[in-house]
Ligand binder design. Structure first.
Ligand SMILES: Nc1nc2c(c(=O)[nH]1)N[C@H]1C(S)=C(S)[C@@H](COP(=O)(O)OP(=O)(O)OC[C@H]3O[C@@H](n4cnc5c(N)ncnc54)[C@H](O)[C@@H]3O)O[C@H]1N2
Ligand code: MOO
Length: 483
């Protein structure tokens, strides 16, 4: 479904960003209200119906929808992240640093998995033919001499006809045996004679009440993966199971994509460094560790810096750390105040700033920092912590997830609102909330300083552009934070 278009004529980064492509990465939010529902004539006093108002977007003030902005951000970030695939590094499969990285190439298995036929159970390896007239599955007592024991780690033995050879889980099936009977199904149901290769010959017998099917409890060579079959495809994220699989197949190191390097710059005279006592008018720096955690968790390598509201200080951080970055992310200093240092400095570099029809996250900046032809993508987020966090989730996280081989979006669902809610019709509002015992959605306040509510949130709820009221019981699209 398409986004409601706002018909803006000017916009953020129109000149400095590549042309739009047909992405609708955030388009799911537009499914919030069922199609046509708002077209049904509303009866007076019908409280179950939401109110949809035509969005009022002020012309000429660079306002665009969050979907428009998403497309523009992706047009900047996707090529930058795609270029990282050209640079690879080798990481040992047993190095914990491999977790979450992205394989640069496809890898095929040099061996079959498992590499040899082996037992799925502790029990006796047998030949089905030794069960004579009873045949597979038939009942009747068969007594066999006890053969030599094979344990996990032993080389495959040779099976002597007419014996039941003790075998442990994972041990190679002796050549000639074709089934395993679990010890619980033997009589006696415990090992009475365990003689390994170099021990004296085993003695005694064991009885079975049923003949096994050929292949019973045998894990055949190659039954997990054939030799030459793909272990992982190029672009695959290294999950724990994939790392285990590579190691199981004997792969010792792997070429992975280089991680995106992000320069994070948090600005504000009031933003206190960690560990410093809060002076008057100061606030603890929430955004630096919050955005660092988000980006690191999505596979980026973050170099975080703080600068006061002084253009020279911002320029210094950019000059020192910008050239090594694949992306520059800033927090704060971009709205309408008198000391908007990020906006001031980066406008001079060609980054464009404007308003998005989104709350929180209205002010945004997008473009490139390009002092010496470096052309480093720049994303500027507003300083309010919830605005910064949601901007990162809406605009940056999907691109990082795509680069990291993950699903781009948080899990999406539609739930019932537990209470009525109002929203500014001229903005797409992203609210935070929790589920009640019945799975209905309770929203917390809309303000972008409510970080404690975000920290406790189980969901982000979307109230689309044009909707100014949703009655209790309305379906509402949510993005799950609790999974
Ligand atoms: N006249 C207008 N004023 C504002 C508008 C507007 O359109 N017209 N937009 C408002 C909106 S919406 C937002 S969001 C903020 C964004 O402002 P900035 O990006 O310039 O951010 P700052 O002013 O630097 O900070 C805003 C707020 O956030 C706190 N902050 C900043 N950095 C951090 C940090 N690292 N950790 C914790 N808290 C931080 C800062 O102290 C401010 O309270 O502008 C509105 N104003
Ligand atoms: O956009 Mo601001 O983020 O609403 O508070």
């Amino acid at each position: 479904m398409g986004a409601p278009r706002t018909g803006h004529a000017r916009g953020v980064a129109q000149r400095s960003c590549p042309p739009l492509r047909g992405r609708h990465a955030a388009g799911a939010s537009q499914r919030l209200v069922p199609r046509g529902r708002h077209r049904t004539p509303r009866r007076r006093g019908d409280q179950r119906h939401h109110r949809r108002r035509p969005p009022r977007i002020r012309r000429g003030v660079s306002v665009r929808t969050h979907l428009d902005h998403t497309e523009r951000v992706r047009a900047v970030l996707d090529p930058a992240f795609a270029a990282l695939a050209d640079e690879t590094e080798l990481i040992a499969v047993h190095d914990p640093a491999l977790a979450g990285r992205v394989a640069a190439h496809a890898v095929v298995s040099p061996i079959p998995l498992p590499p040899f036929d082996n037992s799925q159970m502790d029990g006796y390896a047998v030949r089905v033919a030794d069960f004579g007239e009873f045949g597979p599955g038939a009942r009747g007592v068969t007594e066999l001499r006890i053969g030599r024991t094979t344990a996990a780690g032993d080389a495959a033995a040779s099976h002597e006809a007419g014996t039941a050879a003790p075998i442990m889980t994972g041990a190679p099936i002796p050549a000639g045996a074709d089934a395993v009977i679990p010890i619980e199904q033997a009589d006696p149901a415990r090992f009475t004679e365990l003689r390994r290769a170099d021990d004296p010959a085993p003695r005694g017998t064991v009885r079975f009440r049923a003949a096994p099917a050929p292949g019973a409890f045998v894990r055949p060579r190659g039954s997990d993966l054939a030799a030459g079959a793909p272990l992982i495809a190029a672009g695959t994220r290294l999950t724990p199971a994939r790392i285990g699989l590579l190691a199981n197949a004997g792969v010792t190191e792997l070429a992975v994509h280089r991680r995106p390097r992000v320069l994070l710059l948090s600005t504000g005279d009031e933003v206190a460094a960690p560990g410093t006592p809060l002076g008057p008018g100061h606030v603890g720096d929430a955004n630096t560790p919050m955005l660092t955690a988000l980006m690191t968790g999505l596979g980026a390598e973050v170099s975080a810096h703080r600068a006061p509201d002084l253009p020279d200080a911002v320029e210094r951080v950019l000059a020192a750390h910008g050239p090594a970055a694949d992306l520059i992310v800033t927090s704060g200093g971009i709205s309408a105040g008198a000391f908007e240092v990020v906006r001031e400095v980066l406008t001079d570099h060609g980054v464009e700033f404007g308003g998005i029809a989104l709350q929180p996250g209205g002010p945004q900046g997008l473009g490139y920092w390009d002092p010496d032809g470096a052309r480093v993508p720049v994303l500027c987020f507003p300083g309010n912590p919830v605005s910064s966090a949601l901007s990162a989730e809406l605009f940056l996280a999907p691109a990082l997830r795509a680069a990291a081989g993950r699903p781009e979006r948080l899990p999406v669902d539609t739930r019932e609102l537990a209470h009525a809610v109002d929203s500014p019709a001229q903005k797409h509002q992203v609210r935070r909330g929790r589920f009640d015992a019945a799975g209905r959605v309770h929203l917390t306040g809309p303000s972008s300083h409510l970080l404690a509510d975000l920290a406790a949130a189980e969901l982000l709820a979307h109230i689309p552009l044009g909707v100014d009221h949703l009655p209790a019981g309305s379906p509402i699209e949510i993005w799950r934070l609790d999974v």
